[in-house]
Write a protein that binds this ligand. Structure first.
Ligand SMILES: C[S@@+](CC[C@H](N)C(=O)[O-])C[C@H]1O[C@@H](n2cnc3c(N)ncnc32)[C@H](O)[C@@H]1O
Length: 303
């Protein structure tokens, strides 16, 4: 646990725990409609099985050298923790995880991580990370920074919290720069739907996203599974859009459909743009995973 460097605006008592909130309501570099949408999303999808977390966590951590973690010493920060699923994944490898999120997802996160002693959940945004600079050995922000208005600025703020020589793992939506043209066509169509679905009232939005999960995602997933069965030794199934979900549960697919279509602000970046932003933020030795989810990348804070 790290001492806060800011004074909490309020301490919320929830299920016998205290959640310190640093939300002033005057945050910059935040899209409040998007944060509110996530608050709703993580109330609906508040729980994941250990095997779901392990399998998906291993995909993000494929480029993280295991030797950088020390169970006795490593202090980590999870920015935009949502339900705290990756904080939970990380907790067994490190001494302590500070996990922050500006939305009401913090309540789901407290519930979901209640059996893990070395995680603390706080309510804060990237603008007001309530810890001193250079206090973490490892920081991560998975699927978050493309939902803030100024991604570079947010990444700069996150990296400042890293000790020199510490590691930063991020995942940003890719610009489909490594995919054939028909992926981009599907993306433009889906973006059109996202524009209006994300502005619907909550219950209608959730219903639309469930329909999209069934009628939009599942046909591709079933096709990818079929192609894989037909050609088990080839990777032809990777030509099918949404093949990423080939081994994912329907729970994850529904959650991701809501994540994708329910949020007003999302940005997308090419691999080169991700590398450039990480360099600009002061990271070196950058490794971008060639595997899904794209692009997830790790860098080390320069001296
Ligand atoms: C797609 S969710 C990812 C949650 C979690 N990292 C995961 O993968 O399960 C994005 C999260 O970013 C948070 N977020 C949005 N804007 C933010 C900001 N300005 N500062 C910090 N977190 C933010 C949202 O509240 C939301 O929980």
């Amino acid at each position: 646990m790290i001492n806060y460097s800011l004074k909490p605006i309020q301490n919320i008592v929830y299920n016998g725990k205290i959640i310190s909130s640093f939300i002033t309501g005057k945050e910059q570099n935040i899209d409040q409609a998007t944060v509110d949408a996530f608050g709703e999303e993580w109330t609906k999808f508040a729980s994941f099985s250990n095997s779901e977390i392990q399998a998906a966590g291993d995909e993000y951590f494929d480029i993280v050298p295991p030797q950088i973690f020390d169970k006795e010493r490593t202090i980590a920060l999870d920015l935009g923790c949502g339900t705290g699923r990756w904080a939970k994944y990380l907790a067994s490898k490190v001494k302590f995880v500070e996990a922050i999120d500006p939305s009401k997802a913090v309540f789901s996160a407290v519930d979901f991580t209640t059996d893990v002693q070395n995680i603390r959940i706080s309510q804060a945004s990237v603008e007001s990370i309530p810890f001193p600079d250079e206090s973490f050995d490892f920081v991560m922000s998975l699927g978050v920074l493309h939902h803030v208005p100024d991604t570079q600025e947010a990444l700069n703020k996150l990296v400042k919290k890293l000790k020199i020589g510490g590691y930063c793992l991020i995942y940003l939506y890719y610009a489909l720069d490594n995919r054939p043209f028909y992926y981009k066509g599907l993306f433009y169509i889906s973006n059109f739907f996202r524009w209006w679905i994300s502005r619907l009232p909550n219950s209608l939005k959730k219903m639309c996203c469930d329909i999209i999960a069934i009628l939009g995602y599942m046909p591709f997933v079933v096709l990818a599974r079929f192609v894989k069965k037909l050609f088990p030794t080839q990777k032809y199934y990777e030509k099918v859009p949404l093949f990423y979900y080939i081994n994912k549960s329907f729970h994850i697919i529904r959650n991701d459909a809501l994540d994708r279509f329910g949020t007003p602000l999302e940005q997308r970046f090419t691999k080169q743009e991700v590398i450039k932003m990480m360099e600009n933020a002061g990271l070196a030795d950058i490794v971008v995973s060639p595997h899904m989810p794209c692009w997830h990348a790790i860098g080390k804070r320069k001296k």
